[in-house]
Design a protein around this ligand. Structure first.
Ligand code: PAF
Length: 269
């Protein structure tokens, strides 16, 4: 495994290499990342993983500063997994050049997390756009847990005719159906217990709606989620994955974001 902090040196190293697969991360790696990386290594002999906690996608300095960072442990894991290259730049290395592309933010960015995290998706698309320009990978792997991010990156890529294909990857969950997430490390024991109960409630709610035993009602389900220990609910919305419209009957995923302990948890299933 080779570690690069400088984009020019990385570009020199990968010049001419085909079939590069890129896995962007903000570090604090978990089983979800591990699954993306293993998939990449299986598909290609050039896997590049980036570690960069991107300040532009955080709404507050406090949230940025307290984002879990565990870079030495991350590097050990990446080396164990036999990743070819790690790109771990500083802010200037990513943001000190003029990009070829105009940032395209599809209107889907205004919904769900977009309503509650001003500027977040613009920050995400900006950083990914720059990484793609530096690395020019054939594929980028992104997880379905952050489905809205995945759709917006896909649409930016399509609009700008960037020659990278997005591969969406299934969400990796623990035995309690909790999706792995870097922020989970910050939960206390009781908060984790409450999270497990909330996810159980949401899963049953979806099942009840789909079997016709219940009708989606935001106020009711929000009340339940708060009752089981969430501090605040940003949204719970049933959305059709194909047309991205609200769909209260058959084929939908329940998208949600709520605050628990000191974290904001999002997922969809
Ligand atoms: O999903 C993430 O960890 C980040 O949003 C990403 C894609 C690495 C961009 O900073």
């Amino acid at each position: 495994m080779k570690l690069f902090t400088n984009k020019k040196k990385l570009q020199n190293e990968i010049k001419g290499k085909k079939n590069i697969i890129f896995v962007p991360t903000m570090g604090s790696l978990h089983k979800g990342h591990e699954s993306l990386i293993k998939k990449s290594i299986k598909k290609s002999n050039v896997t590049i993983v980036s570690i960069f906690v991107n300040p532009k996608q955080f709404n507050s300095k406090k949230d940025f500063n307290s984002y879990p960072r565990n870079h030495n442990k991350d590097l050990k894991l990446l080396s164990k997994l036999k990743v070819n290259y790690v790109y771990k730049p500083n802010y200037n290395d990513i943001f000190n050049f003029k990009t070829n592309n105009k940032i395209f933010l599809d209107k889907f960015s205004k919904r769900l997390c977009g309503k509650h995290r001003k500027g977040h998706f613009k920050g995400v698309v900006e950083v990914v756009n720059r990484m793609l320009e530096i690395i020019k990978p054939k594929h980028i792997l992104l997880g379905n847990k952050d489905f809205q991010q995945l759709v917006l990156i896909k649409r930016h890529i399509r609009k700008n005719k960037i020659q990278t294909k997005v591969i969406s990857c299934k969400t990796i969950r623990d035995k309690n159906f909790i999706a792995y997430s870097s922020r989970l490390k910050k939960l206390k024991k009781l908060e984790k217990k409450n999270l497990i109960r909330i996810i159980k409630v949401l899963k049953k709610y979806k099942k009840d709606i789909q079997s016709g035993n219940s009708v989606f009602n935001f106020t009711n389900i929000k009340k339940k989620v708060l009752h089981f220990g969430a501090k605040r609910v940003d949204y719970i919305e049933p959305i059709n994955l194909k047309n991205l419209k609200t769909e209260k009957r058959n084929k939908f995923n329940l998208f949600f974001a709520f605050h628990i302990g000191n974290i904001r948890f999002i997922d969809n299933f």
